[in-house]
Write a protein that binds this ligand. Structure first.
Ligand code: NAP
Ligand code: MG
Length: 485
């Protein structure tokens, strides 16, 4: 075996300030809450002191968004809004190396992913929705008949959007929220996650660079309480949330009977189904990408592997060999496959559920690998002898942990795949096109990938069934969440 020489990406390209304020009405201002620190999960080093938005700051941000909506943004023709979005997309491309390094430092994800997946998708999302801004009248939506103007083919924006996002894809989730909202003529107040605020704050700077009118985008940092105050604010017209099912439930309760629009993108426990006629080497790559991409911090991760019994032994042997080649360590090293777990709390949750897996009788396996002494790390892990009743087969672990179950017939595969309260995504691996269609018809999941996994495109709608939430992000469908239709 050859040794790999270290190949770290330079962090000189990013300039992290010692402290950051809240971005309200085009300016960075102090917050009235108690400031907190964002750390690098790979080293536990403190990166910056971050302002925390108290209720009066949330109020100020919503007020700024309302003013910008009334005075400027909602009245701009779509082609003018498009120019700003195209400008933002181009600046993201120009600054993509800086943003990728910053994302990897603040979040712990490998630079290979932030550089080659997150950032290209972020820019693509802004380009895609920039293209819709002047074509909303042709998107096939009718204006709501309750709208003052009394219906028609030209749908109107909703108003001020309050958006709360998680830490697993900080800048990408921001793009999924902000791009369609602005394209449709809404203004936004967005709260990034407490552990990963830095790229959202860099995006605030990009808004200034793009001369976006003040107040159209406001970024308020803080913890869960700030998010709670934002979604409960009476002058917010639309709430969009991505995160855990528990918090999603709380938000649904808070928004009920207020007339606010709501979309929720919550957890998942996706089945990745391998039939005996699947190209096994490709399937192995798909399984690895499905569960070890982004340390498994992926709501649509293929965390339940369903393998047809006749090929299970062979597949698991090959999967273990492949897992032994995964490189864990410095997220900024270009050879790293698996970076750091995002936080001490998330690491604790992954450890706890994995221990429960062992106690409930599943067999645990990890390749030999050395973990760095500082920071938060978890070796890629495989569980076999898993029963459907085990917690590791039912609950979202949100880490690099794969639970393997087997099946004999396609009908059994469907039954097991759907035996979950979630329904965000699924994967099917088979040589037969007819079987792909047969499965896709029966799997209760928002996205079904065939002979691939974790593929994203701004033109494709993404969203859940059941406890994975409702509403779609991306594509033409994603416009509906931000239009009064
Ligand atoms: P979370 O608690 O749902 O956090 C998501 C966002 O909501 C964060 O910005 C969070 O702020 C904020 N928030 C927390 N409580 C809130 C409340 N009561 N009202 C409004 N906003 C609130 O998720 P998490 O703690 O980061 O992760 C927990 C689990 O959620 C994970 O283990 C995983 O199972 C799941 N998860 C799913 C996704 C997904 O993409 N579907 C993403 C992340 C996590 P703070 O972060 O500042 O507390
Ligand atoms: Mg951080």
């Amino acid at each position: 075996m050859f040794e790999y020489a270290p190949a770290p990406e330079s962090r000189d390209i990013v300039d992290i300030k010692p402290s950051y304020g809240l971005f309200i009405n085009g300016e960075f201002v102090d917050g009235h809450g108690e400031s907190f620190k964002s750390i690098n999960p790979a080293s536990e080093e403190t990166l910056a002191e971050i302002a925390c938005a108290a209720p009066q700051d949330v109020d100020r941000a919503v007020h700024a968004a309302r003013q910008a909506y009334d005075a400027v943004w909602s009245g701009l023709p779509g082609r003018e809004r498009a120019k700003y979005l195209f400008r933002i997309a181009r600046i993201i491309q120009e600054r993509s190396r800086e943003l990728a390094v910053l994302e990897s430092i603040d979040n712990g994800k490998p630079i290979r992913e932030s550089r080659d997946v997150d950032l290209p998708l972020v820019a693509a999302h802004f380009f895609y929705y920039a293209g819709w801004a002047d074509k909303l009248a042709y998107a096939g939506f009718r204006r709501s008949p309750t709208d003052g103007a009394g219906g028609g083919a030209d749908p109107r924006p909703i108003g001020v959007a309050g958006q709360v996002i998680p830490w697993n894809f900080p800048l990408l989730m921001l793009a999924w929220k902000i791009a369609p909202a602005l394209a449709c003529g809404n203004t936004v107040v967005l709260k990034p996650a407490e552990t990963t605020p830095l790229t959202a704050l860099a995006f605030a700077d990009i808004c200034r660079q793009a001369d976006l009118p003040p107040g159209v985008v406001n970024i308020i940092t803080g913890a869960g309480e700030t998010g709670q105050a934002l979604v409960a604010h009476p002058d917010v017209d639309k709430v969009a949330f991505t995160g855990s099912t528990d918090v999603g439930r709380q938000i649904a309760r808070s928004v009920a009977r207020t007339g606010k629009r709501l979309t929720l993108e919550l957890g998942g426990k996706a089945a990745n189904v391998i039939f005996d006629d699947a190209p096994l080497d490709q399937a192995i790559e798909g399984i690895v990408n499905g569960i070890f991409f982004n340390q498994g911090h992926v709501c649509c991760a293929g965390s339940r592997l369903l393998v047809q019994e006749s090929v299970a032994e062979e597949l698991l042997g090959r999967l273990k060999s492949r897992m032994a080649t995964l490189r864990i360590g410095d997220p900024l090293d270009k050879n790293t496959d698996i970076g750091a777990i995002n936080s001490a709390a998330q690491l604790e949750k992954i450890r706890m559920l994995s221990e429960i897996g062992e106690r409930e009788g599943a067999a645990r396996w990890s390749p030999p690998c050395e973990l760095p002494s500082r920071g938060f790390w978890f070796a890629p892990t495989l569980f076999t002898d898993v029963a459907q009743s085990h917690r590791i087969a039912r609950e979202e672990i949100f880490g690099p942990v794969l639970s393997v179950l087997t099946f004999r017939t396609p009908a059994e595969a469907v039954e097991k795949a759907n035996n979950t309260p979630y329904g965000l995504s699924a994967g099917v691996w088979t040589e037969k096109g007819s079987r792909i269609l047969w499965m896709a018809e029966r799997l209760r999941a928002g996205v079904v990938w065939a002979n691939t996994f974790n593929k994203f495109d701004p033109a494709a709608p993404f969203g859940g069934y059941k406890e994975s939430g409702f509403g779609r992000e991306g594509g033409r469908h994603g416009l509906a969440a931000y239009l009064d239709v």
